[in-house]
Design a protein around this ligand. Structure first.
Ligand code: FES
Ligand SMILES: [Fe+2]
Length: 423
């Protein structure tokens, strides 16, 4: 009985707080905009610092232990770009897991991803042309070697039609697909390619809306810094003190509680605490290997849920890739449009989304160095989720290494067959 009353009371307060937060949003946006215009505001200070981050902070620590997966886990699908950014007859370059990719659409409109490095003299295929020689092919801008979507060379244009090269030459191709408004690539082992929705369990749920809203930006630090930042709920009390979303923690940060539920490749987090009116708030999200956080649907802010990825570009760079699709109803479309329009990169305007939610994070995670040296940290009780998620990443990395050790001899043979051209 008491539990039921307690649940009801809690749900009532959560709902009241949600309404309050929405009401605060406009005020907070305005305040954030004003404060980011002030020359010495924290937000400006941090942005200025991160823009000119000292070069020594961009170096990786020496002797990184080999159980730390700082190069990124490979046996997972990663988002490459929003699908709308990949047009027909267009080549896009993208860097993922330390490798440069050229991405394009084949004759059926399906995305293809090849190594961006031409096997002839190593220039960038992405500077060349798509569909020049025949539909669904990429031609190198230097001497015209041409590859289809599987990486097979189909012509060496500078050598003429009788060249024997095409039969013997391949470049590296990676599985790619378009689903849920996003182009995905898989750069894992050659043995089996997992199904995207099994591999990344929240994707179907979080990206099912018909009006996708994307923002993505690159930070000069390792993806592990960014993931730790997501697991570190306590920083909201300080770094995000000006956001309406974090108003409660900002005032009552000392009393906030954190509950974790760990299992498989996922850590579920819930933060709770008294809000600014003395009642209770709760917010929660899931963190999943290889490095994204998932917010369950939370209308009207995220009607279809949201995903924030920390995508490893290379050892010293992370792409924070955010997707929050909206449904087709008019008010959702309007909200998606407003969020997209106020995005700082589009109009160059300061706004709540960037300056409160993202700007401080960038300065904090870059301040830790290219890769925070876990051996030198002094973790506290607020870092329990950080610790748990690191353990999961290490375990997943160990599994990958064991698998790689088993298949490596065969993979080496396949690579040698695939990429080398007989002279
Ligand atoms: S470098 Fe690409 S064809 Fe020569
Ligand atoms: Fe943050």
């Amino acid at each position: 009985m008491f539990t039921m009353i307690g649940d009801w009371w809690r749900a009532r307060n959560v709902e009241r707080n949600r309404r309050e937060l929405i009401r605060c949003e406009a005020k907070s946006t305005f305040r954030a905009a004003l404060s980011s215009l002030a020359p010495h505001s924290d937000l400006r200070r941090w942005k200025r610092w991160a823009d000119r981050c000292p070069p020594h902070l961009q170096e990786l620590p020496k002797d990184i232990p080999d159980d730390v997966p700082y190069k990124g886990l490979r046996n997972f699908w990663y988002p490459v770009m929003p699908a709308k950014d990949l047009r027909e007859n267009q080549l896009q370059s993208s860097r993922l897991l330390g490798e440069d990719l050229v991405v394009f659409r084949d004759e059926a409109g399906s995305p293809r991803a090849l190594s961006d490095v031409c096997p002839h003299r190593l220039t960038r295929l992405s500077q060349g042309w798509v569909n020049l020689h025949s539909p669904g092919t990429v031609s190198c801008p230097y001497h015209g070697w041409t590859f289809d979507g599987t990486g097979q060379c189909v012509a060496a244009l500078a050598e003429g039609p009788d060249s024997p090269l095409p039969r013997k030459t391949r470049t590296r191709a990676y599985p790619a697909l378009e689903r849920h408004h996003v182009i995905w690539a898989y750069m894992g082992g050659p043995d089996k390619v997992p199904d995207l929705d099994d591999n990344i369990p929240h994707v179907a749920q979080a990206m099912s809306g018909s009006w996708p809203w994307f923002i993505h930006w690159d930070w000069d630090c390792n993806y592990l810094n960014s993931i730790d930042n997501n697991a570190d709920a306590a920083h909201a009390c300080f770094a995000h003190a000006r956001c309406s979303q974090f108003l409660d923690q900002a005032r009552y940060g000392k009393h906030y509680g954190l509950e974790l539920e760990c299992g498989g490749l996922e850590v579920g987090m819930e933060t709770t605490g008294p809000d600014h009116r003395g009642s209770h708030y709760a917010s929660g999200w899931d963190m999943h290997v290889p490095g994204y956080i998932y917010f369950a649907p939370h209308p009207p802010i995220w009607p279809a849920g949201a995903i924030f990825w920390s995508v490893p570009i290379d050892e010293g760079k992370v792409r924070v890739f955010t997707c929050a699709p909206f449904h087709g109803e008019f008010k959702d479309r309007a909200r998606a449009w407003i969020m997209q329009s106020v995005h700082w990169r589009k109009w160059g305007l300061p706004n709540n989304i960037y300056h409160c939610n993202i700007g401080p994070d960038r300065a904090m995670v870059m301040g830790q160095g290219a890769l925070s040296d876990w051996r030198r940290e002094h973790l506290s009780q607020t870092d329990v989720a950080v610790i748990k998620f690191r353990q999961m990443l290490k375990k997943a990395w160990q599994v990958e290494r064991l698998q790689a050790a088993e298949i490596e001899p065969r993979a080496q043979r396949m690579r040698a067959e695939e990429t080398l051209t007989e002279a």
